[in-house]
Structures are given as C-alpha cells and as structure tokens.
Design a protein around this ligand. Structure first.
Ligand code: NAD
Length: 341
C-alpha cells in the first residue's frame, strides 16, 4: 500500500486528520512538520501515545521550505494533504517574508515534489476565506450582538471576486493559484479548500489564530481577553470532524473535484459572533467573563460565512456537527486537560 503525506501533520488540523486515518484506514501516514507552532509537541506526544497503529505512523521533523529534504522524504505517495502553513494574518503583517516563504514557496515545493513522483498522487490544500479580503464593499446590517450580510444571505460562494487584504491572504491565494494551475498545466490531481474558522480538540488557539479555542481557553482559565473591533464580527465555524469528512469525500470524488476550489465552513447555519460566543461561554461557566476592547485589525471582515453548496453538489458534503455541540466538545476537552495549558 502507498503512503499518505500530511505536511503540518502535528498542527491542530493535521493531528486530528492523522488520528482519523490511523484509526479508520490501513494507510501508512508520514507526518512532515517543522514543529514551529508552539505546543505541537503535545500533539505529537498525544498521537504517539494514543494511536493503536503506531507502526503505520512516521513523524519527520522537516520544513516545506527545504525542497531537498521534502523530496528526500517523499516516495511512493498516494495522497498528499498539504496543511503546513504560516497561519496568522497578524504574523504575516509583521513578517511578510516568512509568510511568503512558507505559504507560497513552500506550497510550490510540495507541488514540485509531487510532480516529480511517478505515483500520480492526489493533493489537497488548506487555503482561507481571507483571499476574499475584508469585503468592505458589501452592505452589512448591524444588530445588537452581530453583523449580517444585507445581501448574500446564503453566504459567499467561490464565484465571489478574490481580493486578498493582508500578506497572508496574498500568499495563500498565490499558493492556491499554483495548486489549481498544476492541474491545468501538468495534470496533477489537486483540490483547494478555501476554509473559514475550523475548531476542535488539540487546537492551541491564540490571539493571532484559532479564536474559538482562544476564547474558550482564556475563559476557562480566567486569562485576560481582548476583542479587536466591537465583537459583532460574525464567522461560520466548522468542527474538525466535519472538515475531515470533507477531505475524505473530496478525494473520493477526485474525478469531479480535481482542479477545483471549494469554500468549506460551517455555513449559514453555524454562524456566531464574538459577543455571542462569550455569552454562550458565560452560560456554560455560570459566571461573567471579563474582557476589553482594542482597535480593529487589518483586513478583518465584519461578516464572513461560506456558501458551501458547491461542495454539496460535487461531493455531497454538508456540515453535520451543530456549532453548540462542537463548542461543548472543545470546552470539555479544555476543562479536562487544564494541566496542558
Ligand atoms: N484553523 C483554521 O481555522 C484555518 C482556517 C483556514 C485555513 N487554515 C489553514 O489550515 C492549515 C492548518 O491550520 P491549523 O489551524 O492546523 O494550524 P496549526 O498551526 O495548528 O498547524 C500548522 C502546522 O504547520 C507546521 N508548519 C508551519 N510552518 C511549517 C513549515 N515551514 N514546514 C513544515 N511545517 C510547518 C506547524 O508546526 C504546525 O504544526 C494552515 O495552512 C492554515 O492556514 C486553517
């Protein structure tokens, strides 16, 4: 049996995916991760201890920016989940070179490595809704605790014009353009997921990225919390197990999905604002949460949620976990693992 490569496989999404594949398939998994994200050593320890299929797992400490190392560690690959990345808008604004090297050049390295294999691998990558930019031109309705779109009531679809508004948006759009074009030019079977907020267990959310986890961790541990903007920003949120199902279905239907881009998120039924999440957490904790406000961050969208109907049409995927259920699961995981934080 061929092998499966997960770049960034020790991060939040990667480790959950690796665990799923090890638990549900016979596949041999190679994780390739430079371990630059704080706390992912804990994901490594958890995966190694937790999995019953240890002999199917190989973990390599390596950087996608290092083409020679990537190529040396890749052979006989059937599928590549390209998940490694510089993940935060804030970091990209501070260090656009690091962001570009990781997201744009690193992705090109992965594609070139794949192109030079003779196994015709399937590839999927994790891009972002930030490629649509701040959506400033869209009419927005302001309510007591949230914004909403005046139009686009079913959310933003893949046909919406791309206009990245941050180095992160630019590098990811560059990466996904290469992904798409490697299908057209070289016939590599590539799929792009343009994702909204994904959340779940083993997520080390910070102020810079992973806001649902960050809000839950900060609230449970009574740590200081700052809201940038007015807190009425709305996002669609998707629980990790739903994302993993989307990966599986998209690859299973590769004849339909190759060369395509899909908006993947919780969709219109799973939207929440920052203030609404805090209110829900106050109920769950049965106490008030203290937080303060600061100015809006660059490129921050007042509202974003995905129209996921293309994914439904092409590979019959819809989100299954309601937002409250996912939030409860992550909340319980944080409460049950306080010593990790
Ligand atoms: N979590 C979300 O809500 C979300 C939303 C949209 C897009 N994404 C994208 O999904 C991917 C995974 O996100 P995540 O939330 O799991 O983040 P994460 O930070 O937990 O995981 C990323 C992993 O990539 C690794 N990595 C970073 N730079 C690397 C490099 N140069 N070489 C090898 N490994 C490297 C990190 O060590 C980390 O383990 C990222 O590409 C991110 O941009 C995530």
């Amino acid at each position: 049996m061929g092998q499966i490569l997960i770049t960034g496989g020790l991060g939040f999404i990667g480790v959950n995916l690796a665990n799923y594949l090890l638990s549900n398939t016979e596949e041999n998994i190679i994780i390739y991760d430079n371990m630059s994200r704080k706390n992912v050593i804990k994901n490594k320890e958890w995966l190694e201890q937790h999995t019953k299929a240890r002999s199917h797992l190989q973990i390599i400490k390596g950087d996608i920016c290092d083409f020679t190392s990537l190529k040396k560690n890749a052979s006989d690959l059937e599928k590549i989940y390209h998940i490694a990345g510089q993940v935060a808008v804030t970091t990209s604004v501070k260090d656009p070179f690091l962001d570009f090297e990781t997201n744009a050049k690193g992705t090109l390295n992965v594609l070139e490595m794949a192109r030079q294999l003779n196994t015709d691998p399937l590839l999927i990558m994790t891009s972002t809704n930030k490629v649509y930019g701040a959506l400033d031109g869209l009419k927005v309705i302001e309510k007591e605790k949230r914004y909403d779109f005046k139009e686009y009531k079913q959310g933003i679809s893949e046909t919406f014009p791309v206009d990245p508004h941050s180095p992160y948006g630019c590098s990811k759009y560059c990466a996904e353009s290469y992904f798409k074009d490697y299908y057209r030019i070289y016939g590599l079977k590539t799929v792009v997921f343009r994702m909204s907020c994904i959340f779940g267990t083993h997520q080390w959310g910070t102020e810079d990225q992973g806001w649902i986890a960050h809000f839950i961790i900060s609230s449970v541990l009574a740590r200081p919390l700052t809201i940038y903007g007015d807190g009425k920003q709305v996002r669609d949120i998707l629980f990790i197990s739903d994302l993993i199902q989307a990966f599986q279905l998209a690859l299973k239907n590769i004849n339909k999905t190759k060369g395509e881009v899909y908006n993947i998120g919780g969709g219109v039924n799973n939207t929440i604002s920052l203030l609404e999440l805090l209110e829900l957490l106050e109920e769950m904790l049965n106490r008030k949460i203290t937080y303060d406000f600061d100015t809006w961050r660059p490129g921050d969208q007042k509202v974003y949620y995905s129209d996921t109907s293309k994914a439904k049409k092409d590979f019959n995927w819809v989100p299954k976990i309601p937002k409250e259920e996912g939030i409860r699961e992550l909340f319980d995981w944080v409460r049950g693992n306080i010593q990790l934080f």
